[in-house]
Design a protein around this ligand. Structure first.
Ligand SMILES: [Zn+2]
Length: 331
């Protein structure tokens, strides 16, 4: 997979694209319509904005979602397809879907729904169990029932992970439901090991001894190394299966991922996911109040991206509000 990347409006996001799908450097932009309800913008506003942006930079794809207003996608899609630009549905997978369907929630090792951190109305970030096949089926059904006749060329999968550190170090110790515990056991790991270790040591149980880009973090306790490895298999295999379902519908699949060194904590195994994605967008925000912020790494990242042969960039995440000066400088 050839890497890529992106920049942004006050934030820096990174992206990777499979070179076979990208013929020339170009940009992917995102339009945030808000949640499932009334979209924040009209089709006319969106088309007008995209028209302006595409005159400044070569736009190849537009990620838009996830209001249920079909007409807006039909109108925007007609405009985009007339310009040979693809339209992808921005679709949340393991969170934000509780308004749409009944899901089994992710729980911690003690069976409790983890505390959370509400960023904004409509973004509850309450995560669902990645192992429950009904949860996966629900996500695909949302597309089939509400978006399949809107002219989308693909889907951009968001929230494909477990909860992060927003509620503390222990926030990453999920999902621990019986179904997930069974999957851990199938790979030879007993979740009781994590329960006991955490109860004895707390945050210290997840202490690390080192980090290399190739190997990631090494934890003091070898059982913790195994835990995160297996967690990556479980969560990412579930995502892969959902991605395959969309591919079988003739849709392109993009994925929103944590930065490589953060990804293992939330169950994102790049090796598994990259095999099932047409492009990935590692989240490396220059400034944010959430864990994805990489303030200290930003300058090194900015210097390093030049030599990595990226195919393009995803401008994240709301092109409707991005200052033209930020876009213009990308030329
Ligand atoms: Zn579970």
């Amino acid at each position: 997979m050839k890497k890529i990347v992106i920049i942004l409006m006050g934030m820096l996001a990174l992206v990777a694209c499979q070179s076979k799908k990208v013929k020339e450097p170009g940009y992917i932009v995102q339009v945030s319509l808000g949640s499932w309800h009334t979209p924040d913008y009209t089709a006319e506003q969106i088309i007008g904005r995209l028209d302006t942006v595409s005159r400044l930079i070569p736009v190849k794809k537009v990620i838009i979602g996830w209001s249920l207003d079909k007409e807006i996608y039909r109108q925007v899609g007609e405009y985009l397809h007339g310009k040979d630009i693809k339209m992808l549905l921005w679709l949340p997978v393991f969170a934000e879907t509780e308004e749409m369907c009944e899901n089994s929630p992710a729980v911690d090792l003690w069976g409790n729904i983890p505390a959370n951190y509400d960023l904004a109305a409509g973004e509850g970030f309450r995560f669902n169990c990645p192992s429950d096949p009904q949860n996966a089926a629900n996500v695909v059904a949302i597309y089939d029932n509400h978006f399949s006749d809107c002219g989308f060329d693909g889907v951009f999968l968001d929230r494909i992970r477990t909860q992060s550190f927003v509620s503390g170090v222990g926030g990453v110790l999920n999902c621990g439901c019986p179904l997930c515990a069974q999957k851990f056991l199938a790979e030879g790991f007993d979740l009781n090991y994590m329960k006991i270790g955490w109860e004895m040591l707390g945050d210290e149980f997840l202490s690390v001894t080192g980090y290399t880009p190739a190997q990631g973090f090494t934890f003091v306790d070898d059982g913790v190394n195994t835990y995160f490895k297996v967690k990556g298999h479980i969560v990412s295999s579930a995502v892969a299966s959902i991605a395959d379902s969309f591919h079988s519908r003739g849709l392109e699949v993009g994925m929103d991922l944590y930065a490589p060194f953060m990804a293992p904590f939330v169950g994102q195994d790049y090796e598994i996911l990259a095999r099932h994605a047409d492009f990935i967008k590692p989240m490396l925000y220059r400034q944010t109040f959430a864990p994805a912020g990489m303030g200290f790494e930003y300058d090194l990242l900015r210097k390093a991206v030049i030599s990595h042969g990226f195919d393009g960039a995803v401008l994240s995440w709301n092109i409707m509000e991005a200052p033209n000066a930020h876009i213009d400088c990308l030329r």
